[in-house]
Design a protein around this ligand. Sequence first.
Ligand code: SF4
Length: 269
Amino acid sequence: MPLPPSRLTREKLASWLRYYGDLDLGSFYRDHVVAAEAAAGPESAPPPAAPAWREPPAPVNRVTVLPVARGPSLFEAAERREGETLPIIQEDLGECTRCKLHRHRTKIVFGVGNPQAELVFVGEGPGHDEDVQGIPFVGRAGQLLTQMVEAMGLCRDDVYICNVIKCRPPENRTPEKDEIATCSPFLLRQLAVIAPKVVVCLGNVAAQTLLGTNKPISHFRGQWFDFRGSRLLATYHPAYLLRNPAAKGEVWADLRKVMTYLGLTPRKR
Ligand code: SF4
């Protein structure tokens, strides 16, 4: 005897779900077992006690973060101090001459934004425009970063933006190890005070400095790491995107992970 249409539809659906389960694609659906039971009809399975769908937890890679500072005073600087604030750190930095980069700079670029930001972007170091204005990410790459922040449904004042080193290297060269070692404790102090939920490293230098690794960013871009109570994710620097616009999709995918974690919704166009 032919099956009634409603029963036929339920059996077809249950069969499709078993097929997806066999392909190991079950997780794309809410819960293929519960769904299959529901599809088979109320007589064959009780309703689930709780919603079946749970967002799978994002994988977190635990890394040992090596101190990058040299000497006891700089090491101490990496830890949060009682009563520490961003203005105190900036005052400590002063008109810094601790490394050779001070010779060529116009202005120290300390950092800008919300001192209680949930999201901090860390770049490499100031370029020409930043050196002139004393503000991070204001050149072409900075404008792209601003667009990225706005696409996330935020504005620059919502986040905090800073760099590993505070003075522009000559000809925008990559900062040298001794310069990073000397300047980065101030970055660590900034991050300790802000205590953001997420730190996004923009480019190799920021990622390698904070994760204490020599591996290129391509090895761990888009992955979550634990970082001193925050989550850290590395993505490409906006300057790289200006040279390689095709990589924008990968960066946007990384930022979507951050948005999901922070509960942000993209700005409507
Ligand atoms: S780069 Fe950092 S450590 Fe070097 S002079 Fe500038 S502020 Fe000081």
